[in-house]
Design a protein around this ligand. Structure first.
Ligand code: KIV
Ligand code: NA
Length: 275
């Protein structure tokens, strides 16, 4: 399992950090077996696994449940879990208590929280308590309503300066890594150069120190919409429909199960039963 120091070294050496989301035993296992550096149990699970329209309805119970499952599949990969909407903003005590539950009950190594300077005190408190924290700025889906929708952030000079300011505040508060979502590549590059901790892009261009994608997006299993920053490396949704359609057709045609998938008895055993 990689360590916080490994991630710093990777940035120094210009070695890209690969993060992928996972939400259960099979996705965790596939991520680990593919050599992914960091598994993120993202609250994107609300959309890609639970079918909600946003990440807002996701609960602590959901995150613990899915972290436990992903952990069973990825025992030896550094695992981060998203703190859900409004589980870390209300008070320092609330943030501490909930982060501790994700680590202790879920079994992850650290947590990710959305926001900039305004959540720096929480980052500091969690880090002081020994919980590694990854930041997340730019398009922060939990606050999509206040951002007036899912769109590229940091496109004005003022907004870009604010992103850099927030990134520096998170680094100063002790964050070990920051996700940069949906911001111009040039802004992500500037931030990545100014920070000594690694940046992980998703819609943040190639200059970030690493990249993250959602498991279901990467494999073409989430088909409701495909954001510009997503590359589907496979179209497993289409393949799954073909396979399941073939299963249904064979059952209806009486072609499945065949002998190879059935059990049988020999003549002697049959005679003992039926005489
Ligand atoms: O929830 C999630 O999957 C995320 C990543 C896309 C960064 O926050
Ligand atoms: Na998230």
């Amino acid at each position: 399992m990689k360590t916080l120091n490994d991630f710093l070294q990777m940035k120094k050496n210009g070695e890209k950090i690969v993060m992928l989301t996972a939400y259960d035993y099979p996705s965790g296992r596939l991520a680990e077996e593919s050599g992914i550096d960091v598994v993120l149990v993202g609250d994107s699970l609300g959309m890609v696994v639970l079918g909600y329209d946003s990440t807002v309805p996701v609960t602590m119970a959901d995150m613990i449940h899915h972290t436990r499952a992903a952990r069973r599949g990825a025992k030896n990969t550094f695992m981060l879990t998203d703190m859900p909407y409004l589980t870390y903003q209300i008070s320092m005590a609330q943030a501490m208590e909930n982060a501790a539950r994700l680590v202790q009950e879920g079994g992850c190594e650290g947590v990710k929280i959305e926001g900039g300077e305004e959540i720096a005190p929480q980052v500091r408190a969690l880090v002081n308590a020994g919980i590694p924290v990854c930041g997340h700025i730019g398009l922060t889906p939990q606050s999509a309503t206040s951002l007036s929708g899912y769109k590229v952030q940091g496109r004005t000079a003022e907004a870009a300066r604010k992103l850099l300011h927030d990134a520096l505040a998170l680094e100063a508060a002790g964050a070990f890594m920051i996700v940069l979502e949906c911001i111009p590549a040039q802004v992500a590059e500037l931030i990545s150069k100014r920070l000594s901790i690694p940046t992980i892009g998703i819609g943040g261009g190639a200059a970030c120190d690493g990249q993250v994608l959602v498991f279901h997006d990467t494999l073409g299993l989430f088909e409701r919409f495909v954001p510009k920053f997503v590359k589907q490396f496979e179209t497993l949704g289409a393949k799954a429909r073909d396979a399941l359609g073939a299963y249904a057709a064979e059952v209806r045609a009486g072609a499945f199960p065949d002998e190879a998938h059935s059990f049988s008895m020999n003549e002697e055993q049959l005679k003992q039963i039926y005489g």
